[in-house]
Design a protein around this ligand. Structure first.
Ligand code: C5J
Length: 223
C-alpha cells in the first residue's frame, strides 16, 4: 500500500491494529487532559476515522489490541519521577473530574464508548508511555505471530511515539495512520509524524487511514 517514505507491505495474518490510550481522561471534554489546559478537539477529530478503521479491522478479522495508560489504585507501579511531576492537585492518583487521575478502574481511565473493546480483544494496561514497558504486549504479540503494527491513538508525540520507538527496537514494522493519531499541539502532530518516516523510515511508515482501508479490504485475513 502507498505510504511515506515508500510502500508498506503487510500480511494481515501477522498484523495487529494497536489503539493507544483512547481514554476518556485524554480525549473527552471535561477530562484530565482538558483540565491541564489542553484543547481536546484535536483528539476528538481522531475518533471518526479510527472508528472506521476499527470497524473494518474487525470485519476482516485483523487482531485488535487496545492500551490504557494508568496505575494500580495504591500507585505502587508509578515511579516517584512520574508521580511527583506537575501541579500537586493534578497529579496521578488525585481526584480528577472523571475519577482518580490515571488510576485503573476509574471512569476517566477507561476507553471512550465509541471505541470500546469487544469481548476477546486484548486490552493492555500500561504504567508508562510506551506499550511494551511493564506489560505483556511483547509476549502476546509473539504468541499471536504478529510482526507488523498499525498504530493509532493518542497522543502522537508521547505514547504513540514511545510505543513506535519501542516496537522498532524490538523488530516490529510500524505503520502510523496519520488521521488516526492525535496531539493537543498541531505542531507536535506534524513534526511527530515527520519524525517517524524521515531518513528512509527511521521508525516506520506513515499513511492516511484511507490508504490502509483500501489495502485492508482487498486482503481478507485467512481464518
Ligand atoms: C500522555 C499519552 N500524553 N497517552 N499520555 O500523557 O500520550
Amino acid at each position: 500500500m502507498p505510504a511515506d517514505p515508500y510502500p508498506f507491505e503487510f500480511d494481515p495474518a501477522g498484523t495487529a491494529l494497536l489503539i493507544i490510550d483512547m481514554q476518556r481522561d485524554f480525549v473527552e471534554p471535561g477530562g484530565f487532559g482538558e483540565t491541564l489546559g489542553n484543547d481536546v478537539s484535536w483528539l476528538q477529530a481522531v475518533v471518526p476515522p479510527l472508528q472506521r478503521v476499527l470497524a473494518t479491522a474487525r470485519e476482516v478479522g485483523l487482531t485488535v489490541i487496545h492500551t490504557r495508560e494508568g496505575h494500580v489504585p495504591d500507585l505502587s507501579d508509578c515511579p516517584p519521577a512520574k508521580l511527583n511531576r506537575g501541579e500537586p492537585s493534578l497529579r496521578i492518583g488525585e481526584p480528577g473530574p472523571k475519577g482518580r487521575i490515571l488510576v485503573r478502574g476509574e471512569y476517566g481511565h477507561d476507553i471512550i464508548d465509541e471505541l470500546a473493546p469487544l469481548p476477546g480483544e486484548l486490552v493492555v494496561d500500561k504504567p508508562g508511555k510506551g506499550s511494551f514497558h511493564g506489560t505483556s504486549l511483547g509476549a502476546e504479540l509473539a504468541e499471536l505471530g504478529v510482526t507488523s503494527l498499525v498504530v493509532t491513538g493518542v497522543t502522537t508525540e508521547v505514547c504513540v511515539h514511545t510505543t513506535v520507538r519501542e516496537a522498532n527496537d524490538r523488530g516490529y514494522e510500524c505503520l502510523v495512520l496519520s488521521d488516526c493519531v492525535g496531539s493537543y499541539f498541531p505542531e507536535f502532530q506534524r513534526v511527530g509524524l515527520e519524525m517517524i518516516s524521515a531518513q528512509g523510515g527511521i521508525f516506520g511508515w506513515v499513511a492516511p487511514s484511507s490508504a490502509f482501508l483500501a489495502a485492508l479490504t482487498l486482503q481478507e485475513v485467512p481464518s
